[in-house]
Write a protein that binds this ligand. Structure first.
Ligand code: NG6
Ligand code: CA
Length: 516
């Protein structure tokens, strides 16, 4: 070999590697559209790709089986508001004392100065939108529902918002678009209170004959569309939503946002927060009876259909390949959450929590471990991953994908895990359930002692409260049946120590943990 050959050889390989580098760089710069499809109270076992059985959810399965299906994917909390707070801020909900289930009159929980997931996308050139359930408070104290309601989702980073304020079972039962109540009639102003009724207004207690969906616990205040709600509301007749059309309505708005977004010369981020299968379960008549499980099953099949329509829409627009979709739920399942709606009676063999113990409100696994999948047709190879991932991590991970560098303090960059390239997830995670916390490290879970009831009787769910420490090895005992706290004191101590460190507490005593 002479020098000339070596020289040209080198030159070619340098040029070639530059070219490769360029290719890599340009692929890093790709900013896909991003959609988070977020369910309300959908359990780990409610999706047939997770638990094949009586309920069939082909459209959810299309995303789960076509992407990375996480079997250790967590919401941050076993209830809605704290999970949503963490998803949108990248901060553990237990760091914010006010991150609890909020009434419809609560002020905005996210400080307008706080950096958020949608603000991060905005900074990276995205058009951002939310369609669906908000439940993170509105305004800064007392809201006048007849004027522009600020601050709200728009001030938290969404260019466009079309929301229901709190939950479907809470007033005000109206849609709010960019801070304005939709179809508001100035001659019929809206008033809302969570303290007392407005004189002369019917409630489920004073006018039981107006009630079409019987309440079981709570839910006996103002009646809207025959459904008694939490909280009192007066006026706003023309603005009230139709419950049975809600899913179709949100789908329409989600599609509109996508249509608008794809006309722009920028990518979009859509947070599509479906209201199902949270109570009151009010599937459109065309879905009634489809599951054989009553309204809860029907509402899940309805939501499944909505997701199918939404994906088809992306496909028809030719943008499915260029859209990364995250699918998950804000907390685990519950059957009777306050109305008699046959959820318990017609459940049959279906297991909404899959093999997991507990449910919504619980420190046990079914409270926070939820369906969690990441789908990106062009880029992600289908696989199942047992990596530990949480919704808090979406901020740093998706942020890294689109070139951001600023994330919420608890958000870990797990981009390669979410893209299915590795199974090395988080090492540890502090989960929350109605202001109590527990700790997962590797395959171990430690639940500190709590004095509350073992079972929440009305919803019939084990909360995880126990006067002694609990320690479970999920690798061998997924259903948390064998408490190893006594037989494995070293592991227990190690877990307690680390938990106290993260929580910033001196000792894991009941009083301190229940102070919140
Ligand atoms: C509870 C409600 C429940 C549900 C939940 C919030 C009663 C007795 N129970 O207080 O029905 O609305 O709050 O659910 O009122 S979440 O998914 O939004 O966290
Ligand atoms: Ca929920």
């Amino acid at each position: 070999m002479n020098y000339r050959t070596v020289f040209f050889g080198l030159l070619i390989s340098i040029l070639f590697s530059c070219n490769e580098k360029q290719k890599e760089d340009s692929s890093e710069l790709v900013k896909p559209n991003i959609v988070i499809i977020y369910f309300d109270d959908l359990g780990y076992g409610d999706v047939s790709a997770y638990e094949s059985g009586t309920l069939s959810t082909p459209n959810l399965d299309r995303l789960v089986n076509g992407g990375v299906k996480f079997t250790n994917g967590y919401a941050s909390s076993a209830t809605c508001t704290p999970s949503r707070y963490a998803l949108l801020t990248g901060v553990y909900p237990w760091r914010n004392q006010n991150a609890k289930i909020l009434p419809g009159t609560a002020p905005l929980l996210i400080d307008t100065a706080q950096y958020t997931l949608p603000k991060m996308f905005q900074d990276q050139g995205y058009q951002t939108g939310i369609v669906g359930k908000w439940h993170l408070g509105l305004g800064s104290g007392s809201v006048d529902w007849n004027k522009k309601i600020i601050p709200g989702p728009n001030e938290a980073g969404f260019d466009y918002s079309y929301i229901l304020a709190a939950t479907q079972d809470r007033v005000p039962t109206v849609y709010i678009e960019n801070g304005n109540v939709v179809n508001l009639d100035p001659n019929d102003p809206i008033e809302v209170s969570y303290e007392e009724n407005f004189p002369g207004e019917p409630t489920a207690l004073t006018h039981p004959e107006l009630v079409e969906m019987k309440w079981h616990h709570g839910h006996n205040n103002s009646i809207v569309n025959g459904v008694p709600r939490i909280g009192f509301m007066k006026g706003g007749e023309a603005a009230k939503w139709s419950d049975v059309d809600m899913a179709d309505h949100f789908l329409e708005k989600a599609k509109e946002f996508v249509d608008q977004g794809s006309k722009l010369d920028q990518p979009f981020f859509l947070y599509y927060a479906l209201q199902q299968p949270h109570v009151p379960r009010t599937p459109h008549p065309r879905f009634v009876g489809t599951s054989g499980m009553g309204p809860r099953g029907d509402a899940i099949l309805e939501a499944d259909w909505m997701v199918g329509e939404f994906i088809d829409h992306l496909e028809e627009m030719g943008i499915l390949e260029n859209t990364l979709i995250v699918l998950s739920s804000d907390n685990g399942p519950v059957l009777n959450d306050g109305y008699y709606d046959d959820a318990v009676e017609k459940i049959g063999d279906h297991t909404p929590a899959g093999p997991l113990r507990g449910g919504k409100y619980s420190l046990f696994e079914a409270g926070t471990r939820v369906p969690f999948a990441v789908y990106w047709k062009a880029k992600i190879e289908p696989k199942t991953s047992s990596a530990l991932v949480t919704q808090i991590d979406l901020m740093a991970s998706l942020g890294t994908l689109v070139g951001a560098e600023n994330f919420g303090q608890d958000s870990e960059n797990l981009l390669d895990v979410f893209l299915g390239k590795t199974d090395r997830g988080r090492g540890e995670f502090v989960l929350e359930a109605t202001s109590r916390t527990a700790f997962r490290n590797g395959n171990w879970v430690m639940i500190p002692p709590y004095s509350g009831p073992a079972v929440q009787n009305q919803v019939n769910i084990e909360l995880g409260n126990y006067p002694e420490y609990q320690l479970y090895n999920l690798a061998k005992d997924l259903s948390q049946e064998r408490n190893l706290a006594e037989s494995n004191p070293e592991k227990l101590q190690e877990m307690i120590k680390r938990f106290e460190q993260i929580r910033g507490i001196e000792s894991t005593n009941v009083e301190e943990l229940e102070l919140k």
